[in-house]
Unconditional design. Sequence first.
Length: 549
Amino acid sequence: MKLLCLPPPRSAVRGGKWLALAASIYIQCTSGSSYCFGIYSSLLKNSQAYDQFTLDSVAFSKDFGANVGVLSGILSSSSRVGAPWVVLLAGSVLCFSGYFPIWLAVTGAVPRPPLLVMCLSMLLAAQAQTFFNTADVVTAVENFPGNRGTVIGIMKGFLGLSSAILTQIYRTLYNGNAGAFVLMLACLPALLPLLLMYFVKIHQTDGRDDKKHLDAFSIITLIIAGYLMLVILGENILTLETSVRIVAFLLLLLLLMSPLIVAMKAQLHDWKTLSESCDESIRPLIGDINYAVTDLKSDGLVEEEASSSVIGRESSSQDMCQASREDLSVLQSMLTSEFWLLFLAVACGLGSGLATINNISQIGSSLGYSIKEISSLVSLWSIWNFLGRFAIGYISDYFLRSRGYARTLFMVLTLAVMSIGHVIISSGLPGTLYLGSTFVGLCYGSIWVLMPSITSEIFGLRDFGTIFNTIAIASPVGSYILSVRVVGYIYDKESSSSAIHACMGRHCFMSSFLIMASTSLLGVASSVALFLRTRKFYSQVIYAAVQSS
C-alpha cells in the first residue's frame, strides 16, 4: 500500500506556484514597452520625417501588435506545445526582432526604411507583449483559480506599471538619449523572460486559502507604485542630480526584490503546512487503513477515495469558478451576444485610451507643456494604468463575493468615468491634461482586468487565453478608428495652415476628445446591455460563492 498524502520534494519549493507568480511579475515589469511610445515618438517622427497621420499609422501597428494576441492564445491553448516557457520564448524572439530594426532606423545606422517596414517592425515588437502577457496571466489564473480577479489585477497591474519602471531606467541611464532607450527595449524585455521562464509553470492547486499571501503581493505593488509616483513628482518639481537619480533607482530595485521574498516565504509555508497535515492525518489512521484496504480494493474504491482526498478541498475552492456555464470554445463564444457586447465595450474604452496615450506627446506640445512635463505625463499614465488594473481586480473580487455586485456593473462605471476624463482633456485648460489623463489612465487599466475576468467567468477556462485575446482585438480596432482616422486626421487638418506643420492651442484636439467622450458613452450602453444579459449568470456565481464559504 502507498501513502496517499506525502510531503512534496524540495524541488517543488523551488518551482511552486508562488515562485511562478513572482517570476511572472518580473516579466510583466518590463513587458509594457508599447506604453513607452511617447518617449521616443518625437525621435521617430523627426528622424523619419513623418507627419502626424503617418506617425499615428505606425502607432496603430503598435496597438494592433500589442493587443491582438490570438496567436499567443492559440499557442498557449495547444496541448502539445502550449507550455508557458514556449510562449515566453516566442515573445522574446519577437521583441528583439521588432525593436532592433527600429533602433537601426532612428539612429541612422541604416537608410530610412519604407513605412511598411517600420510598421511591420513595430507590430512585431508590440506583439511580443501579448505572448508575455498571455503566458503570465493564464499561468496565474490556473494556479489561483479561486482568486482570479486578484491575480489578474496583479499581473495586469505590473504590466501597466512597467512603462514607469522602464522610464526610470531611461532617465537614470539614458537621460535625453531616446535612441539608446529603443536599443534597451530591444534587449531587456527579451532577455528577462529567457532567464525566468523555467519558473513560470502551471501547478496543481490544493484549494488552500491563498488570500493572505496574495494580499502581501497586493501591498507590495501599492508600495512600489507609491514610490514611483513620489520619484516622478520629485523629478517634475525639482532638478535632481545624477547621483540622486541613481540612489532612487537602486531603491526601486530593492523594492522589486520584495515579491521574490514573499513568494519564497509563501512556498515554504505551503510545504510546511502540507507536511504537518500529512503527518497528523496519516499516523492515527494507519491501522484502520490496513484493516479496510482489502474491502476497498474488492469494491474498486481505492483510487476513487484517493482521488477525492487529493482534490476535495480543491473542488470547494473552485465552486464559484465553475458556477453555471460549461467551458466554451472560441467559435461557440463568438456565436453569443455577450461576446459582441463585451467586444464593443472594450473597443470604445481601450480604443479611446490608446488614442490618448499615443498622442499625449503632441497634445502636451500643442498646449505648451515642456519635454520634461511630457515625460512625466507618460510615467504618471503608467501609474494610473497600474492602479486601475490592480484596484479593480481586488475591488471587483471583494464586491462580487461579499455584496453580489457583478463585474459587468464595474465595466459600466469605468466607461462612464472615462467619458468624463475625455471631456476634461478636451477643455484644454491649464492642468487639465494631468487630471484628464489620470481619469483615462485609471479606466484604461481597469478595462484590461475586467475584460479577461468577465471572459473567464462567462465563457470558462478551456480556451480562456484564446478567447480573451480575440476580444482584445477590439482594442486596436478602436485605436485605428479613433487615433488614426479621428485624432490624426483632425490634427493634420488643424495644422495644415502652419509652415512647420504643427498645431498650437486647445483647438488642436478639442473635437477629437469630444468624439472620444461620445464613444465611451456608447461603450456604457453596450456594458449596460451586457450587465442585464448576465444578471442571472452572476446570481448563480454568487450563490456558489456563498455555498463554498
